[in-house]
Design a protein around this ligand. Structure first.
Ligand code: HEM
Length: 433
């Protein structure tokens, strides 16, 4: 990619690469992988949908867009400036925290957040994660049937995130349910409007806790968020609220989707279950392969901030760019047999966590949560079989590609936890109104 065009080179017009494409089209939901292969025949293309945007579907170019934050902005000016954030069409609400901000603010805030997401910080929480997984599996283990998404993969990341933030753990069910619904209910429907109201309730609850943390600071992430400084000044409590909601939003359904794809694939390939459990060292590469294959975040967008040339195509300031991470993760130029799951794949350069300065801050959490859940599921319910015909995928995969429901059967087993957590959460369920 170059910032300026070589005067002697003929630049192609976007009309030469215009395709008929809309990432909200149900065709994409039907098969994200096939859609990606189709698009990659013209790896940088243009569509007129939603006011027009570039579609980047090859690994090299998508990765480069993520890295070149000087050209491709994440910021969201809320309708008051050129930056339009991560979503197409643009969502003109308050910018979504650091994920929709650019340097220098992004750099300053991310540097302060870093220690909370370090390997050391995550490792310190592993024992608690194991205990929490035990709690969720205990809830279903005697029944011999469950819903992987609703009973395990949905609520568990919610509980981990609440513990990180220092919020009451009994919020895990409503918070997980609300965030789960926001990723798949289409905008404009009455169901979506109802969830938007629930989101307001969630924000109101977090806001109350921000007030409490300011009065009574604790060693938790929510307290920390109220102390972030930009240019030497503390951020406003409303900005801390946006960062808290970003953490909740970013960490829940993505991890749920990763686990869902993992369980469905393992159910279809049962010989891999025992292979995985033979050596814990196999879990790391396997997690990355599921991340690549599933690409929980399908795609995200940027705004071009200055004229720029890619593959002889002239991008103009103000153009929108859609980075199709899922397609990049199935690019045969980078991955041998890209549509095969190879649990021992080496040099797995997937971009499921994106690339560049916005690369997922919570990726170590995601990997640790995945390992905690997969280890216990394979140990305690190793013969699980997903009812493939009853699996309900999310209807719109334009942002994330997971599941609403995934029924499963297995041989019942005994509870092994202390039951303390069960007592806490069942005695203090908050109301969502
Ligand atoms: C499998 C699970 C996850 C996936 C696939 C994932 C994916 C991503 C992607 C693709 C981005 C970058 C978006 C962009 O640049 O356009 C991102 C950013 C981010 N993620 Fe994750 N994420 C996951 C889990 C988590 C978790 C568990 C947390 C928090 C506990 C988290 C917190 C964040 C934050 C705060 C950012 C913004 C970073 C920045 O802008 O500098 N994520 N994630």
């Amino acid at each position: 990619m170059t910032d300026t065009a070589d005067a002697t080179r003929r630049l192609r017009d976007r009309s030469e690469v215009t395709i008929d494409f809309d990432h909200h089209d149900p065709k994409l939901s039907a098969d994200r992988t096939a859609a990606g292969h189709e698009l990659r025949r013209c790896p940088v293309s243009w569509t007129e949908s939603h006011g027009g945007y570039w579609v980047f579907s090859a690994h090299e170019e998508a990765q480069e867009v993520g890295r070149r934050a000087d050209v491709f902005a994440s910021g969201n000016d809320d309708g008051n400036g050129p930056r339009k954030g991560l979503n197409i069409p643009h969502i003109a609400t308050a910018a979504g925290g650091i994920i929709e901000s650019d340097a220098p603010r992004h750099t300053q805030v991310r540097r302060q957040m870093g220690p909370w997401f370090s390997q050391e910080a995550v490792d310190a929480r592993r024992a608690q994660m194991d205990e929490d997984v035990t709690f969720f599996i205990d809830n279903i283990i005697e029944k011999g049937e469950a819903d992987f998404v609703k009973d395990l993969a949905g609520p568990f990341p919610g509980l981990v995130t609440l513990r990180l933030l220092g919020l009451p753990i009994e919020y895990y069910q409503p918070f997980s349910d609300i965030l789960h619904k926001t990723v798949y209910l289409p905008a404009g429907t009455p169901e979506r409007q109802a969830v938007d109201l629930e989101l307001l309730w969630l924000a109101g609850e977090v806001w109350q806790w921000i007030e409490k943390k300011k009065a009574d600071p604790r060693d938790d992430y929510l307290t920390f968020l109220t102390t972030i400084e930009v240019d030497g000044e503390r951020i406003q409590p409303a900005e801390a609220l946006v960062e808290a909601i970003l953490t909740i939003g970013a960490g829940l359904d993505t991890t749920t989707s990763l686990m869902g794809h993992t369980f469905r694939w393992l159910s279809r390939n049962p010989e891999a279950k025992a292979w995985l459990m033979e050596d814990p060292e196999r879990l790391g590469p396997a997690c990355d392969e599921f991340l690549r294959m599933a690409s929980p975040i399908t795609a995200t967008a940027r705004t071009v901030m200055k004229d720029h040339v890619v593959r002889d195509l002239q991008l103009r300031a103000g153009d929108r760019v859609w980075m199709y991470w899922h397609a990049a993760n199935h690019d045969p130029a980078v991955f041998e047999c890209p549509d095969e799951v190879r649990l021992d794949r080496s040099h797995n350069r997937h971009v499921a966590f994106a690339a560049g300065p916005h690369r997922c801050l919570g990726m170590r959490y995601a990997r640790a949560e995945w390992a905690a859940m997969v280890t216990q599921v394979l140990t305690r319910m190793p013969d699980f079989v997903v009812d493939d015909d009853a699996v309900v995928p999310v209807p719109d995969v334009s942002l994330t590609g997971g599941f609403i429901s995934m029924p499963v059967r297995f041989t019942p087993g005994p509870r092994i936890g202390t039951g303390v957590l069960r007592e806490t959460v069942t005695s203090r369920q908050p109301a969502t109104n």
